[in-house]
Design a protein around this ligand. Structure first.
Ligand code: ATP
Length: 319
């Protein structure tokens, strides 16, 4: 191969820039030409593709977001739209594409691979919901942002003997909520893995109040329930002021942490290694500290993320 492309897709995540930089710089050092595709699959379909050089990725390793831009582009499910995208890549003579994104973006990469166009997927999402990797790019940075917010809530909840409910991102994956709860010392964790059992939660909160707890922080993953209604329910049942805070998009921004910059750089370079070895249709991960790759189709169709029962047990002991 002589030319490769790179794009970021789906929800942005801190460290995506570092991953693009990794692909570009590693590609150039292998003598490849590297092309950036703007705004994910949408830009690919609209042929918004530009050659990148060393300095295109100067001063981006420390920046959140993605300078290539990202987009949600449901039209990419249409085979004709994807055929046009492949045509655009061929016009530029690009032999393979590195896609940085979450599981939805992997679906797009899988479909292109099935149509005979080789793609490599890098897991870039704060949700940590991608199979075949222990951590996704952006997860650790988001985790630190969530912990910072929880620390602030703790100060004010404690002063007012208030119950705080904090809604954390993660879509259908509870990792961000779970790990933030352990690091932030939350009293109650509700994730898609645990499910929401209102009466049980209420009983635990009441038990805490009885034991003399000054405040309670309940961490819950998004999309599980209306947190304002949950707050009203708890306030009515306990008589304690209860407030819900939805952290929202602040979780997606900010400077990537050292962990994410290093992970992204390693993954970017590894993607180029795989392409140089003639591999396509793979997705990159880190497992037990080692770079690994899996079949992208298998990863989407068959592989499941392990539920961190070990961490739930730790959390249970410490509350
Ligand atoms: P995050 O989880 O951080 O939001 P994501 O990559 O999962 O990231 P999605 O919006 O689910 O985000 O997917 C990104 C894009 O991937 C979609 O907008 C679409 O262009 C493409 N995509 C998703 N699913 C498919 C599919 N089944 N076929 C083709 N393309 C798809």
């Amino acid at each position: 191969i002589k030319k490769i492309g790179v794009l970021t897709s789906g929800g942005d995540a801190p460290g995506m820039n570092a991953a693009i930089r990794g692909v570009v710089r590693a590609g150039l050092s292998e003598g490849l030409e590297v092309y950036g595709v703007y705004d994910g699959y949408q830009g690919l379909h609209q042929n918004r593709i530009q050659k990148l050089d060393r300095s295109s990725v100067s001063d981006v390793i420390n920046r959140g977001g993605t300078f290539l831009g990202s987009a949600r582009f449901p039209e990419f499910r249409d085979e004709k739209v994807r055929a046009q995208a492949i045509e655009n890549l061929k016009i530029h003579g690009i032999d393979a594409l590195v896609v940085i994104g979450g599981d939805g973006s992997y679906m797009g990469a899988k479909k292109l691979t099935e149509m005979g166009y080789p793609c490599i997927g890098l897991p870039g999402t704060i949700d940590n919901d991608v199979a075949g990797t222990d951590y996704t790019i952006g997860f650790m940075t988001a985790l630190n942002t969530v912990i910072d917010a929880i620390d602030r809530l703790r100060d004010t909840s404690s002063s007012h003997q208030r119950i705080s409910i904090v809604e954390v991102m993660g879509r259908h994956c509870g990792d961000l909520t779970l790990m933030a709860s352990i690091a932030g010392g939350c009293e109650y964790i509700i994730t898609p893995e645990t499910g929401l059992h209102k009466e049980q939660l209420l009983a635990k909160i009441k038990e805490g109040i009885y034991k003399g707890k000054k405040h309670a922080i309940v961490a819950i993953t998004e999309l599980m329930t209306d947190v304002n209604q949950l707050a009203k329910y708890i306030e009515t049942e306990t008589g304690r002021e209860t407030r819900a805070t939805v952290l929202g998009h602040i979780q997606r921004g900010g400077q990537p942490t050292a962990f994410d910059r290093i992970l992204a750089s390693r993954m970017g370079a590894y993607a180029v290694d795989l392409l140089m070895q003639g591999e396509g249709g793979r997705c990159v991960g880190v497992q037990n500290e080692k770079m690994v790759h899996h079949d992208i189709i298998d990863a989407i169709e068959n592989m499941k993320r392990p539920v961190r029962t070990d961490l739930y047990k730790v959390a249970d002991k410490l509350f």
